[in-house]
Design a protein around this ligand. Structure first.
Ligand code: ATP
Length: 648
């Protein structure tokens, strides 16, 4: 079974040097993370596996690494400066800040109904209302009466009778209305919107749009924000890598004499001042993307036997899906999700998201594959005909000196190519691969008597913890409390649940007893924890079942005895042989069993042990991580054994 919680993965990442909280000595900096020795290896492997798949293995994709800072005009004409924003709202009582759509998604339908009832739709122009109101509610047709539709919908929601309407659909419809509605602060407060962190009605500020791009300036600026000088020097940290590719379409096409269809791939940092970052490295303000812009013929130039935009799109969806599966994601936890019409970005004809089923928070997008038509290249081009501007809802671009069109020698025509964009997050992919690979399992059946002894002691731990919980609750001044009652309650519930699953849950119980802040100082815990820990060490392991291509360390080499120079010598030589090719480590700092467990925990696919038989026949023991099976392989055959298994 893969990871049950993000916490398990986060703990492992910190303990074993994958990912550390950024600026930790100064208390950390909201959701910035540093990739440690094993993290930088694994993230590099994710990016390399992607590059190998989309650049090396194909004949029609070139690579690129564009600058992070680009002219502000890029972001003006791409639409980001005006529209790359999220609506945010604060609870004045708790100081908690939410993305409006996330806050609304957490509300019961009743509250959404109240919200609808408190928006004065009658003040909106009828033409606008016709576009936003549902055409029917229940069995009643409201095509001619949009106000009636909204009133009916509100009443049904207040009575919680709209079971067939999903909350996120409602929110996608309601949030944009609320952001522009002049009396929104009043409406959201009258509706009794609940703060999910306290489950109490909040006191809300005016929801407002917040641009997600980080600003900086090029050169010194002495004038105030918004002044001519400031605006001229302003730049943004790119919120996506895609625009750098569009800027270089003509450079790449001309310098490599590429014919459409062809693509450009880029991996690099992107920055978004997210309102609610979180879930470890799932949503961060600095992250890495892996994006392809694949340029194709516009539909009117596609000839018989050639793929059109819809077919290219389908093909990329299939190929990208297979990449994730090929690297070990189980199909039960990977799905394609078609974006609905009201979700689609303004530039997209169709977008399919690939989503991974993360522990705790569920399905989350790891990659989006969009048909962006000719929107972007047209947006950055001068001299676009009026009918195309109207079709794409674009303003003429007088700033650009380029026209990103292409002369197609087969069609003998000039056109602006269309684009299919597979856009994945590298850091988010690393989290998905870690969650999928994380396993806790027994390596052998623990002795029944020892398991029973642990089982028998757990009720005493729970009883003692509950007493502490009661004492803590009695403390009138919560700031003076030594223990947090809620944390102790959660600890008891988790322990009781895990105890029922012994011995499978040995490692979980070990972690609960040693890491849970509400438990560490309890007497029965101090007594029980060393026993659990010892049994877990003997009979259980954490193992990252990563695809070898993703594993941060590929090979660990141990001598059976570190005080035998002849064994140490060979082991060191084997390590040196593979070090130029991939991350290989030599280790003799513990017994072989413990060394295996350490490598299992970080996903090392192969451990090689040099023993006395090696001296006789030049063979070593190769121990395979997942099956724990050991086989003897001659030194000459090692190379092939590793290399044939490394790539997808
Ligand atoms: P979300 O809906 O999760 O905010 P998005 O639809 O805005 O994502 P895109 O603009 O399509 O994301 O970006 C492409 C990919 O970049 C996403 O599929 C995701 O893997 C990654 N990504 C986007 N935002 C972040 C972030 N804040 N942190 C980490 N990865 C991100």
């Amino acid at each position: 079974m893969p990871a049950r919680s993000i916490e398990q993965v986060r703990n492992l990442c910190k303990r074993r040097g994958f990912v550390f909280p950024g600026s930790a000595a100064y208390g950390g900096l909201g959701s910035f993370w540093d990739y440690g020795p094993l993290g930088v290896e694994m993230l590099g492997n994710v990016k390399r596996a992607w590059w190998r798949d989309v650049v090396y293995k194909r004949d029609d994709v070139e690579g690129l690494d564009a600058a992070i800072l680009m002219s502000r005009k890029v972001w003006q004409h791409s639409g980001h400066e005006a529209t790359f924003s999220d609506p945010l709202v604060d609870n004045k009582k708790t100081g908690k800040r939410y993305r409006l759509d996330h806050l609304l998604e957490a509300q019961p339908q009743r509250v959404l109904g109240e919200l609808l009832a408190h928006i004065n739709f009658a003040s909106m122009p009828l033409t606008k209302l016709v576009n936003i109101a549902p055409q029917s509610v229940g069995d009643v047709d409201y095509t001619m009466n949009p106000l009636g539709a909204i009133g009916h919908l509100a009443a049904m929601l207040i009575e919680s009778r709209m079971h067939h309407v999903s909350t996120d659909r409602l929110v996608r419809w309601l949030a944009p209305i609320l952001v522009v509605y002049p009396e929104r602060e009043l409406a959201i407060n009258k509706a009794g919107v609940i703060d999910p962190s306290t489950q109490e009605v909040g006191e809300w500020t005016n929801p407002r749009n917040f641009n997600l791009m980080f600003q900086t300036h090029i050169g010194p600026v002495v004038r105030a924000a918004g002044s001519e000088e400031e605006l001229a020097a302003r730049a943004y940290l790119r919120p996506e890598t895609a625009q750098g590719i569009f800027m270089n379409f003509a450079h790449v096409q001309r310098s490599l004499a590429r014919k459409v269809p062809f693509g450009i791939a880029q991996v690099g940092k992107a920055f978004r001042n997210e309102i609610t970052p979180g879930n470890f490295i799932f949503r961060t303000r600095e992250f890495e993307q892996m994006e392809i812009e694949f340029f194709i013929k516009p539909p009117q130039f596609v000839r018989e036997g050639e793929k059109n935009d819809a077919q290219w799109h389908d093909e990329w969806i299939k190929q990208r899906y297979e990449w994730w599966m090929g690297l070990g994601i189980d199909e039960a936890r990977l799905r394609k999700r078609e974006q609905s019409a009201d979700e689609l970005a303004h530039y997209s004809k169709r977008t399919v998201d690939l989503e991974y089923l993360f522990p705790e928070f569920g399905w989350g997008e790891v990659e989006g594959i969009a048909n962006r038509t000719d929107y972007d290249l047209s947006a950055h081009s001068r001299d676009i005909p009026a009918e195309d501007l109207a079709r794409l809802k674009l303003e003429p671009n007088a700033d650009s000196v380029e026209k990103f069109d292409y002369f197609d020698p087969d069609a003998k025509a000039r056109y602006i190519p269309w684009v299919i964009e597979p856009s994945a997050g590298a850091t988010r992919a690393m989290l998905a691969f870690l969650c999928e690979a994380y396993h806790e399992e027994l390596t052998k059946e623990p002795p029944t008597a020892e398991v029973d002894a642990i089982k028998a002691e757990i009720p005493a731990v729970i009883k003692n913890a509950q007493k502490k919980q009661k004492d803590a609750e009695k403390e009138a001044d919560s700031a003076q409390r030594k223990h947090d009652p809620a944390a102790i309650e959660a600890f008891c519930a988790a322990l009781e649940e895990a105890a029922a699953r012994l011995p499978q849950s040995l490692l979980e119980i070990d972690a609960l007893l040693s890491e849970h802040s509400g438990a560490q100082n309890l007497e029965p815990v101090k007594k029980l924890q060393p026993k659990v820990n010892k049994l877990a060490e003997d009979c259980a392991r954490v193992v990252l079942k990563l695809h070898p291509a993703l594993a941060p360390i590929k090979l660990a080499v141990f001598p059976l005895k570190k005080n035998k120079p002849e064994l140490v010598d060979i082991a060191r030589r084997i390590a040196q042989t593979y070090q130029p090719h991939f991350r290989t480590v030599y280790d003799d700092s513990a017994g072989i069993g413990r060394l295996y467990r350490r490598q299992d925990e970080v996903g090392t696919p192969w451990c090689v042990t040099v023993d006395f038989q090696t001296l006789e026949d030049n063979t070593v023991t190769v121990r395979e991580r997942d099956s724990m099976q050991q086989q003897r392989i001659s030194l000459e055959a090692l190379r092939e054994h590793f290399f044939t298994r490394l790539h997808v």
